[in-house]
Structures are given as C-alpha cells and as structure tokens.
Design a protein around this ligand. Structure first.
Ligand SMILES: *[C@@H]1O[C@H](CO)[C@@H](O)[C@H](O)[C@H]1NC(C)=O
Ligand SMILES: *[C@@H]1O[C@H](CO)[C@@H](O)[C@H](O)[C@H]1NC(C)=O
Ligand SMILES: *[C@@H]1O[C@H](CO)[C@@H](O)[C@H](O)[C@H]1NC(C)=O
Length: 272
C-alpha cells in the first residue's frame, strides 16, 4: 500500500520550534554584566582588568588611587546582580589627610584644608624672618601622605633700616636682614660727624645694633662739622648715644694720647 508521503518539516521550521521552547538566556540573550563601572579615585584590581565576562553573582574589587583611602564602611566590591546590572557604587575613595603640621612660633600657618594635594602657607610676625619654605604641599611618600617640606621657623631679627638723612651713609648696605645683636655700621657724609668733638678720631663711625624685638638701637645723628665746637669736651652720654662702648672710648682715648705723644716727640726731635 502506498500512502502519500507527508510533508516533513524543514530544518528551518525545526529550529524555530526549538527556539520557542528554550528558555530565554540560552536563546542568544545577554548572560554577563557589562564592563564594571569606573569609580572616582579608584581602579579595578589587576586580576579583574582582563575579564570580559561577568556572570550573575560575580564580584569585582577596587583599590583607591595613591593619596586616597577607602571611605569607612564603603563596599570595596561590586556585585553583578541577577538582573545582570552592577550593584550601585557608593562613594568609595576620599583624599587622605596629612594632618596638622604643628605650631609655628612667632608666625602663622594659613590652611584651607590638610588633604592630599593641598598647600598650606606660612608667614612670620613682624620682626621675624621665615627660615625654610613658605609653602608645604600634602604629597605621597610611598603609600603614606606627608608634607613635602618640614615646618619653617621664624627667626628674630631686623630689616635693613631706612635711613633718610643725607648726612649719613650706610657703610654696609648689601644685606636686607640682620640677626639679633648684629651691628650695622654707619658713616657720616663728608662734612658731617657723629659727635661734635673732632678731637675724638673714631667718632665719625657709628653702628646700630639689632634688638630681639626687631627694632634697631637709635640711629646715630650726624651733625655738620663746625670749627667752633672743636674744643668742646666729649660728654660720655653723647658718645654712648652713638653706640660706642666705654671700653672702646677708653681705647680710643689711649690711642689718641699715644698719637699726641708721638706728635710731641716729633716736635721735640725737630726742635733739637
Ligand atoms: C600647590 O603648590 C604647588 C607648587 O608649590 C602647585 O604646583 C600646586 O598647583 C599647588 N596646589 C594647589 C591645590 O594650590
Ligand atoms: C644678644 O645679646 C644679649 C646680651 O649680650 C644676649 O643675652 C642674647 O642672648 C643675645 N641674643 C642672641 C640671639 O644672640
Ligand atoms: C619697635 O618699633 C615699633 C615702631 O617701629 C614700636 O611701635 C615698638 O614699640 C618698638 N618696640 C620696642 C620694644 O621699643
């Protein structure tokens, strides 16, 4: 008996039937989370960098960039959820703090913040000079953060004094800053002298001394030389105003005495 052959379903039809019966994922739908999200100031651990397939329930971990630290209690891993989306990232990394650098005696520290990358600046009170760097930056040192310059210090001293009088010249004017107890010599301009007593040879030079409060001792006063006061006696007070110590004055007087004795001797020799 011959029966008419039944039309067999074509290969194409079979495939279509199969696809209808199979569950969705195997039927060509996504089965992996996408690339893990980029987190601020963090990067994926090396082992995950080469991965391309992130199945449901898989996790990836991050590390903070140098200078940053994990926010307390923040998750350092993200999960590829069953819906094939990554778990929501929270704030993960924050800048580390270098901490307060300490106090600057006789000066001020100007701070906006103490975090990695920030600068702090230093200044000294009047009468003090900054020795060291006036700025410090919070930088990375290995795995830690630290200030890149140690604290400067404020040194007591005097600024170059302003001398207005034309009758006096600063004999040593290349410096802008003087230490406490340092002296600065002055000379009177030609035709002027510190003391009005021309018989004291060394009094056309005077010095001022830098005091610990940043002030100088009183500036010497130059007076116009006049022949009328040649015979005036030296007053100790006036010489002191000029900054000449009694010790030095005594030496000067002895030198002067010696000089006069030599002159006298010379005259005696001539007259012989
Ligand atoms: C800090 O100072 C350095 C140089 O001293 C500069 O390059 C940098 O930009 C400064 N940073 C900030 C945040 O001002
Ligand atoms: C300056 O001199 C005074 C007195 O001689 C002394 O007591 C003081 O310690 C000196 N100061 C400095 C900074 O050298
Ligand atoms: C130092 O000089 C300033 C003015 O230039 C003055 O106000 C201050 O009182 C002086 N200090 C002392 C201790 O004399």
């Amino acid at each position: 008996m011959v029966s008419a052959p039944r039309c067999r379903p074509g290969a194409r039809g079979l495939l279509a039937l199969l696809m209808l019966l199979l569950p969705l994922p195997l039927a060509g739908a996504r089965s992996s989370c996408g690339a893990p999200p980029t987190l601020s100031f963090a990067e994926l651990l090396d082992e995950f960098k080469t991965w391309t397939y992130f199945p449901s329930e898989s996790t990836v971990s991050y590390n903070c960039h140098p200078g940053y630290q994990k926010v307390y209690k923040a998750q350092s891993t993200l999960l590829c959820k069953r819906q094939l989306v990554w778990s929501e990232p929270e704030e993960f990394c924050r800048r580390k703090s270098c901490g307060h650098p300490g106090d600057l005696a006789n000066g001020k520290i100007h701070i906006t913040d103490l975090l990695f990358g920030s600068n702090i600046t230093f200044s000294c009170d009047k009468g003090f000079r900054l020795v060291g760097h006036d700025t410090s930056q919070c930088v990375i040192d290995g795995t830690r953060v630290t200030w890149n310059h140690k604290l400067p210090f404020c040194e007591a001293g005097c600024q170059k004094p302003e001398v207005q009088t034309g009758s006096m010249v600063n004999a040593l004017d290349e410096k802008m800053w003087y230490h406490v107890n340092e002296t600065l010599p002055f000379k009177c301009s030609p035709g002027y002298q510190f003391s009005s007593h021309s018989q004291l040879p060394a009094t056309d030079r005077c010095s001022i001394t830098c005091l610990a409060d940043g002030n100088w001792t009183a500036l010497p006063v130059c007076k116009k030389q006049s022949t009328s006061d040649v015979c005036e006696m030296a007053s100790v007070k006036e010489v002191n105003e000029c900054g000449v110590s009694l010790e030095r004055l005594r030496t000067q007087l002895e030198v002067q005495k010696l000089y006069l004795e030599i002159k006298k001797l010379e005259l005696e020799l001539k007259s012989q």
